[in-house]
Design a protein around this ligand. Sequence first.
Ligand SMILES: Cc1ncc(COP(=O)(O)O)c(C=O)c1O
Length: 383
Amino acid sequence: MPQPEGEAPPRHGGNVHQLARRLNRHPRRILDFSASLVPFGPPRSLRRVLCRALNDHVAPYPDPAYQALREATAQAHGLPDPGWVLPGNGAAELFTWAARDAQSLINLLPAPGFADYQRALATWGAVGRSLPLRLHWGDGPQSWVEALAEPRVLHSLDPQRTALWITNPHNPTGQLWRRDSLEPLLHAHGLVVVDEAFLPLVPDGEAHSLVPLAPRFGNLVVIRSLTKLFAMAGLRLGYAVAAPERLERWSRWRDPWPVNGLAVQAGLAVVADQVWQQRVWRWLAREGPWLTQHLNRRCPSLRVHPGAANYRLLSWGYSLTPLQQSLAQKGILVRDCRSFAGLDDHWLRIAVGCRRHNRRLAAAMAAGLRTLGRQPPATGARA
Ligand SMILES: Cc1ncc(COP(=O)(O)O)c(C=O)c1O
């Protein structure tokens, strides 16, 4: 554990099933800090909608045009009409179509970054080029270009022949990119794909969304996920915001009915739910800093990097694989970072969970580090 020797490190978080099989436990008894989902979801209203939908939306095919969901989503974002939105089977499905549009361009991907863009590009035989990020950053919204370790690479290429893949906030670092640092890129680059999967969870994050700019820039694709905010990763739902001609083209390429009938009903129920979103903002504004402070106190040898999203990147002067293994033995899953280009076994990513689970994680980490002999005795009791 975390994976048998010789196996590649996981490219995604959230594989509780694998660990549950190894420990011979029910997956519900695994504490999953490797996938970053709102820990108190899905909303009760969503559960009720899904129960009702079992009667009417399992047997029939969904509307192949997804008209109602497109209308509700366009309205929630103040977009001119439903043609600017395309629902997808999670954000991940939509990366595949963005990659098809990008296949003839030079694709530039900040590293370390989310591995799924490379998967999407590889589907079409394209390979992304890494744009290394500096591995030190501060708190608060930041400039995307200034975060690049070698911004010259960006300037050495014809921008019209390049596609930028931007994650806001960035995964795995949690950096929130300022909208005014992204907007100039839209004037120059052939295609700009902005993955805002975690942005709706970030307090004040919407101020940095590029969704409002979509009607002005035909080269902009914004991809959103509903799976994190509403804790419905198993249901799969995301959407793209882009020019209607582009989205029509994508619709022709993909399988019919990629979004199932239950996911459509779920989307209709939650897409404009601001009360839930505000609850999530309050939780993250409270719990994110608490987790950071608590880890700093309980595990002073560990570095907890600042982040705006509902996850934190951790680093250490030694390999974190033994710690990861000892956590896994206790049924606690954290995100192995070796599959992120530019990171190695000195890094881990953890989700922000609920207070009780965050305490458990911090206690298990402190105990694990003490066992490894790299940690002073615990200084703090409960905070
Ligand atoms: C940055 C980022 N974007 C998108 C996704 C995938 O979202 P979805 O579940 O909607 O496919 C993930 C999943 O971990 C992610 O980390």
